[in-house]
Design a protein around this ligand. Structure first.
Ligand code: TRP
Length: 330
């Protein structure tokens, strides 16, 4: 039997390049090798968006479309909606009985996100606890591998701890998953922030037009010490150079040398990057447009996927309930 992948996204807007290199690229590459489940984590999206649920439905479609556009093949991969699998919520409650609040409050990704969203001092129960719910997302289908960006590592580590603890406390019915971190380093935000993130407005979305891509990259920061195009540059501290490494690996040596010599200026260097990114995005956007012509096809894909996920959830929950003695025959 094929091993399983579970991975997914929060529907809080269209996916961006950070998602693409961090996780989507890997899931597309591995979908033939692994039985792949892609969760559209709508409940998790509410952790930061509970005041604006009205955008959720549209973003569920956005995320499904982006995955399909990037090459997820619905004939072999399963795309489903988190909230339609109530077993995930049930599993979250069981896990939450033995996960300590102290452990959750030390999660570095939670700390960073709390800062980003301005709720360091008013974290909700659901926000602090979403990594527990994410552990349920991963384990309900007994996944072996979780392709994610490096910011998600603390959550996968927690999942592994939860699985070990559950298996030790009750019966060994859960699978301990491994993270698969992208070989591409995390993309910085265009503003130089550590992470490309929608809430920081420093990203390139997969749906951005060539014009928007050009605008976004044009205003991105580069080597701050470089004032004239002929000044020698410092690629090692340049944000745009870190993008070139990812998207333009064949020309990286040449770019590096020319930058250091002051033979290529930031504007010309950005132009090259704009072109490669637009070339990468063109076929993705074309495929997306085809799916967008008939959203009933996307509906069917999500429906079928959710049915498939539900089967696995029922199977796992039978084992879990038995293990924790919540399987009354009354
Ligand atoms: N937390 C992930 C993100 O912000 C999304 C996600 C939800 C996820 N459930 C998951 C990722 C399970 C991997 C596995 O991108």
């Amino acid at each position: 039997m094929k091993k399983r992948i579970l991975t997914g996204d929060r529907p809080t807007g269209p996916l961006h390049l950070g998602h693409y290199v961090g996780s989507v690229m890997n899931r597309v590459r591995l979908q033939n090798e692994y039985e792949t489940f892609i969760i559209i984590a709508d409940v998790q999206a509410l952790t930061t968006n509970f005041e604006h649920p009205e955008k959720l439905k549209q973003d569920v479609y956005n995320v499904a479309l982006d995955n399909l556009a990037c090459g997820i093949d619905p004939k072999i991969s399963t795309i489903f909606i988190q909230s339609l699998i109530p077993e995930i919520a049930e599993l979250t409650i069981y896990y939450s009985m033995f996960v300590s609040v102290n452990l959750l409050s030390h999660n570095p990704t939670i700390k960073t996100e709390a800062k980003q969203h301005g709720f360091e001092h008013r974290k909700t129960y659901g926000f602090l606890g979403y990594p527990v719910s994410q552990a349920a997302d991963i384990t309900f289908c007994r996944a072996h591998l979780v392709p994610v960006g490096s910011d998600q590592l603390p959550h996968i580590e927690l999942t592994r701890r939860i699985v070990r603890r559950f298996n030790e406390l009750y019966e060994p019915v859960l699978v301990e998953p491994e993270p698969l971190i992208s070989s591409v380093p995390r993309l910085m935000g265009l503003d130089g922030n550590a992470k490309m993130s929608k809430s920081l407005g420093n990203c390139i979305n997969l749906i951005d037009s060539p014009k928007v891509v050009a605008e976004q990259i044009s205003k991105a920061i580069t080597d701050p010490a470089r004032i004239h195009a002929t000044d020698p540059g410092h690629p090692d501290v340049c944000n745009i150079f870190s993008y070139q490494k990812v998207f333009n690996p064949d020309f990286i040596k040449e770019l590096e040398e020319n930058c250091k010599k002051g033979a290529i200026g930031c504007v010309a260097c950005k132009k090259i990057l704009i072109n490669v990114i637009n070339e990468l995005l063109a076929p993705i956007q074309q495929k997306r447009a085809e799916y967008e012509k008939d959203l009933s096809v996307v509906n069917d894909i999500i429906n079928q996927g959710t049915k498939r996920a539900k089967q696995e959830a029922e199977l796992t929950m039978e084992l879990v309930r038995k293990a924790i003695k919540i399987d009354y025959q009354i």
